[in-house]
Design a protein around this ligand. Structure first.
Ligand code: GLU
Length: 518
């Protein structure tokens, strides 16, 4: 029998890292066994439904490379894959159970149910449906339903005995049936409740392994009762450990404490393969203990039996470190340059000479943890005209004399290789008898507009003679146009404008790198 897995997210907003996590494991299991990976949208909660969320889920899976074999966009033999398009299927299945006496129509009003719960609380009982609707004869149920009276359909859950199932990671889970209420299967608006929809769909879609987050484990006994009521074979159940915040109590990962949005990581420039690799280490590890592994490595080695239950921590620092390893060691320079193209285009920096870009990336990539940082550090190398902030101008002004000397010296230098540039700068600094930084800082600012940049020798060599001279020339011109202390008012206005611009850029940052993975 082929292995069939699925994810069943609800399209209610920003795709969550938890969905990516569960998606990865389901994808890996299906691929490992040459089976099918299904995407089903659980969109029956119309209050929380968001129209664009469906597209965002599809785009997240595409970006991560977790392409479903069947789903709303892909199609497939077991559709439709949106629950809202399967209402008649759920209704037919609910009716089947009613006919067999395994479910019934219940007509209590919300007020009546409230009163019931109040009474239960007063008597010190756990509030919950007490099965009072079971008393109504089948004929009476049918008559009231035909008369258009609002009602729900409830499962007739057994009162005696236990319900148990095998959780692949935890072993047998058993609960007394007395704890399971007559749960709602079909709501009064004709929409299915989660329990009915999930069981009917998993069965009809041929799902063999239900692998989902741990928080659903308490629902599984109800599902088991439904499988039994329909006379269907149970799938295997695997409940994945919840991702935890890196706080002392290791609480469940939540938006309040942690960035849980996949889109946000994408915008910051976390690579899809680094995010997958990171998620792949949540409760799972490669048999050989390797920390860096690709999706296909994971697929080839995937075995759910190796999932451990010790609360995996979603540690952002680790994610960034892992991403840095991809930028630095895993991707070739050429691949990195290609990945950076859409980011460069966003800032109007496309079309750079390829060899030059590769040289630049070679020196900046050890200093970046994300694509955004890589972009920020690459930008000054590619800009035609640099903008100097207040601090940069001050540093330039302080080094004016050195810059003038160095402009002449570089103009006369024949070979722009590491040794010659290094030698020139070293001798010059010695002759001036000043600390190294006094000369290097203004030069660094002249070449890049910033004080944070790789070693100056690297900068000069990569930029080459023409660019180096052009930049020193621009810097000297900026100095002569206005020394920083000339006009404090202007400097203040400039600083304010720059801060505003930075704020705007932050707010208006759009998803980028849509073509990153092909
Ligand atoms: N719609 C549920 C969710 O959002 C699916 C739970 C399940 O996989 O059964 O996670």
């Amino acid at each position: 029998m082929p292995v069939v897995t699925r994810i069943a997210p609800s399209p209610t907003g920003d795709p969550h890292v938890g969905t990516a996590y569960v998606g990865l494991f389901n994808y890996a299991l299906a691929r490992r066994h040459g089976g099918r990976f299904v995407l089903r949208l659980e969109d029956t909660d119309r209050q929380r439904y968001q129209a664009d969320a469906e597209h965002r889920i599809a785009s997240m899976l595409e970006w991560l490379g977790l392409r479903p074999d069947e789903g709303p966009e892909t199609g497939g033999a077991h559709g439709p894959y949106r629950q809202s398009e399967r209402l008649s299927i759920y209704r037919a299945h609910a009716e089947l159970l009613i006919e067999e006496g395994k479910a019934y129509r219940a007509f209590e009003t919300p007020e009546e149910l409230d009163a019931m719960r109040r009474e239960q609380r007063q008597l010190g009982k756990d509030p919950g449906y007490d099965g009072r609707g079971r008393e109504l004869s089948e004929a009476e149920q049918a008559r009231r339903a035909a008369a258009g009276e609002p009602h729900v359909v409830r499962l007739r859950a057994p009162d005696e005995g236990d319900t148990s199932f095998l959780d692949e990671l935890r072993g047998e889970v058993r609960i007394p049936n007395a704890e399971i209420r007559d749960t709602v299967l079909l709501k009064s608006d004709g929409y299915p409740a989660y329990h009915l929809a999930v069981v009917v769909d998993d069965h009809l879609m041929g799902v063999t392994h239900v692998m989902r987050a741990e928080e659903w484990i308490t629902s599984t006994p109800i599902h088991v009762l439904l499988y039994q009521a329909f006379g269907w074979e149970l799938p295997a159940f695997v409940h994945l450990p919840l991702l935890r915040n890196p706080d002392a109590n290791k609480t469940k990962i939540s938006k309040r404490k942690m960035d849980t949005s996949v889109e946000s990581y994408r915008q910051q420039g976390i690579l899809p393969e680094a995010l997958l690799n990171f998620l792949g280490t949540m409760g799972w590890s490669m048999p050989d203990g390797r920390e860096v592994f690709s999706l296909s490595d994971m697929v080839a080695a995937f075995d759910p039996a190796r999932i451990s239950l010790g609360g995996p921590v979603f540690d952002l620092k680790r994610l960034r470190h892992l991403n840095a390893r991809y930028l630095r060691d895993v991707l070739s320079l050429e691949a990195l340059a290609e990945r950076l193209q859409p980011w460069l285009a966003e800032r109007g920096l496309e079309g750079a000479d390829e060899d030059y870009l590769l040289d630049v990336l070679d020196v900046v990539r050890p200093r970046a943890e994300t694509m955004l940082e890589l972009l920020d550090q690459t930008e000054p190398f590619l800009q035609q005209r640099l903008r100097y902030d207040v601090d940069a101008r001050r540093r330039l002004a302080a080094g004016q004399a050195y810059l003038e000397d160095l402009e002449r010296a570089f103009a006369a230098l024949e070979w722009f290789d590491d040794d010659d540039v290094d030698e020139l700068l070293r001798t010059y600094v010695q002759r001036q008898a000043v600390p190294m930084g006094k000369v290097m800082m203004p030069l660094r600012v002249a070449l890049t507009g910033t004080t944070q940049a790789p070693g100056v020798v690297d900068l000069v060599v990569i930029m080459g003679k023409e660019r180096t001279l052009d930049r020193i020339g621009q810097a000297l011109q900026a100095i002569s146009e206005g020394l920083p202390d000339d006009d404090p008012e202007r400097l203040k206005a400039e600083a304010e404008a720059a801060a505003k611009e930075a704020q705007r850029a932050k707010r208006g940052r759009r998803p980028i790198g849509a073509t990153e993975r092909s």
